[in-house]
Structure formats: structure tokens, C-alpha cells
Design a binder for this molecule. Structure first.
Ligand SMILES: NC(=O)c1ccc[n+]([C@@H]2O[C@H](COP(=O)([O-])OP(=O)(O)OC[C@H]3O[C@@H](n4cnc5c(N)ncnc54)[C@H](O)[C@@H]3O)[C@@H](O)[C@H]2O)c1
Length: 246
């Protein structure tokens, strides 16, 4: 199956957390739709692998190794991406720690939701232009179901609150939406589907499987794209129907 290109033309996208999972899939699908990609990650090895995959697919890739919670690195990254690729019309705010990471609550919020605000502000200040759009990777966690990790639920719900703020007050600059994955088969959930808990969760997912990273990438790119130009401020669960059965 060839990819539709959702009306994208020759533009650039910045993707955080592009060194693995959902961010990598978004990078690969984005180049398939004709976009140039600036991929950011704190893991240089993962990011180099994504760069290799994108380049092998004939795409243009700008790499930026950075922690998205670092102000200076974020500002410098937007400048570097703009110099390499021109104006960056689209932003996928996707990087975030795994819910299992033992991070103190305050610090975790600073990293996860604080970085979404930081990257959005730096990107918007660079002038993404007409038709600009941002999608954040929220989660069904916090917004639909509670998780064991206090900061994970809180920060994903806060990301959605921030998206609502952007929609209400900054739509003259860009559209804002959030994609909300359910259980997604990325390295952080390796082995989950086969585990006892995983099996129980799978039974409650009407489509009876985890999402693939591509499932989330396509939803993200759709929301960013020109064909979604009247969709603004939505929370889009991509969860196989899981939360309907909660
Ligand atoms: N996998 C799931 O089931 C699931 C479900 C709902 C939401 N999500 C969200 O999707 C997003 C992507 O997760 P994934 O499943 O693809 O995980 P992943 O671990 O495969 O990829 C995440 C990438 O983000 C990078 N990263 C993490 N913190 C960063 C930081 N501070 N600065 C820069 N890069 C950073 C990591 O190095 C990694 O390469 C996350 O926000 C996650 O919370 C995932």
C-alpha cells in the first residue's frame, strides 16, 4: 500500500524523540509524504539509526542530539534545523520519559509537559508560517485511564490542557492537536503483549492487539496535514477501542 500524502507539499517537520518508536515511525512516514525532517533525541545512537533509515528511504534528515528539557539546546536546535531545512511548518512534540522511569514528580512534569511548552515556544518564535500545525503525543493515560505512575498520568493530562490553551489563544499562529496512543508496541513496552498483565489488557482491546508505531505516526501526520486544516484542539485516541471498554 502506497502512502497518501494528506496534501503535504515541500515542507519541513520537527519531531522530538525521533530516535525510537513513535517518533522514528513519524519521521519515516513523513519523508514518504515528501517532508524534510529535523529529528531530535537525547540518544545519539537511536537518532543515528533513524537518520540512516530516512536517508536510505531517499529523505532529507537533520539530526539534533538534545534533551528537550534543556532551554539552550532547544533554542539552538530550532536555529540549526531552520538553517538546514528552511522554515519548519510542522511540529511533533513527542519525546517523553517512559512511565516506568523513577523520576521525582516535580522534575518529571518539568521534563514531560515543560518540554512540550519549551519546544513549541521556540518553534513558534522562528515563524513556521501559514498552515503551521503542532501535534503533541499525549496518551489515553491520565486523560482516560489512571496509571500506576503519578507523574505520567498528571503530565499527559497537563499536555492536553496545554493544547487547549494553545487552541484558544494561539490559533492565529498555528493549529494544535494531540494524538493519544493506547498500548503501542515500541521498545519501552517490549514483551508487554506476551506478559500476563499484557494478555489481560489485550483481551479488553476490541481490536485485540497493540498499536504499531505506524498507527500513531499516520494519525499524527493526518492531524498536522493540510487536509485536517479545520481540526483544532482535539484529543484523538488511537487505542483500538480500548478505552471504550474501560
Ligand atoms: N508506547 C506506548 O504505549 C505509549 C502510549 C501512550 C503514549 N506514549 C508516548 O509516546 C511518546 C513516544 O514514546 P515511544 O513509545 O515511542 O517510546 P520510545 O522509548 O520508543 O521513544 C522515545 C524516544 O524519546 C527520547 N527521549 C526521551 N526523553 C527525551 C528528552 N528529554 N529529550 C529528547 N529525547 C527524549 C528517547 O531517547 C527515545 O528515543 C512518549 O511521549 C510516550 O509517553 C507511548
Amino acid at each position: 500500500m502506497g502512502d497518501a500524502n494528506f496534501g503535504f507539499s515541500d515542507d519541513a517537520i520537527l519531531i522530538t524523540g525521533a530516535g525510537s518508536g513513535i517518533g522514528r515511525a513519524t519521521a519515516l512516514r513523513a519523508v514518504g509524504m515528501g517532508l524534510r525532517v529535523s529529528g531530535w533525541d537525547l540518544n545519539p545512537t537511536g537518532l543515528a539509526e533513524t537518520a540512516e533509515l530516512v536517508t536510505a528511504a531517499g529523505g532529507t534528515f537533520h539530526s539534533w542530539v538534545a534533551d528537550v528539557s534543556d532551554d539552550e539546546a532547544v533554542t539552538a536546535g530550532v536555529a540549526s534545523a531552520t538553517e538546514a531545512l528552511g522554515s519548519i511548518r510542522y511540529l511533533h512534540n513527542n519525546a517523553g520519559p517512559a512511565s516506568s522511569a523513577p523520576i521525582p514528580f516535580d522534575q518529571a512534569l518539568l521534563i514531560s509537559v515543560g518540554s512540550v511548552r519549551r519546544v513549541t515556544d521556540a518553534w513558534a518564535a522562528a515563524g513556521p508560517g501559514d498552515g503551521a500545525a503542532m501535534v503533541a503525543t499525549a496518551s489515553v493515560a491520565g486523560n482516560k485511564v489512571g496509571t500506576n505512575s503519578d507523574w505520567y498520568s498528571a503530565s499527559k493530562a497537563a499536555i492536553m490542557g496545554y493544547v487547549r490553551h494553545l487552541t484558544a489563544y494561539r490559533s492565529h499562529e498555528f493549529r494544535s492537536n494531540a494524538v493519544a496512543p493506547g498500548m503501542t508496541d515500541t521498545p519501552r513496552l517490549t514483551g508487554f503483549a506476551e506478559s500476563e498483565v499484557g494478555q489481560r489488557v489485550m483481551e479488553r482491546i476490541p481490536l485485540n492487539r497493540m498499536a504499531t508505531p505506524d498507527d500513531i505516526a499516520y494519525a499524527t501526520l493526518f492531524l498536522l496535514s493540510p487536509v485536517a486544516s479545520y481540526i483544532n484542539g482535539v484529543f484523538l485516541p488511537v487505542d483500538g477501542g480500548w478505552t471504550v471498554t474501560q
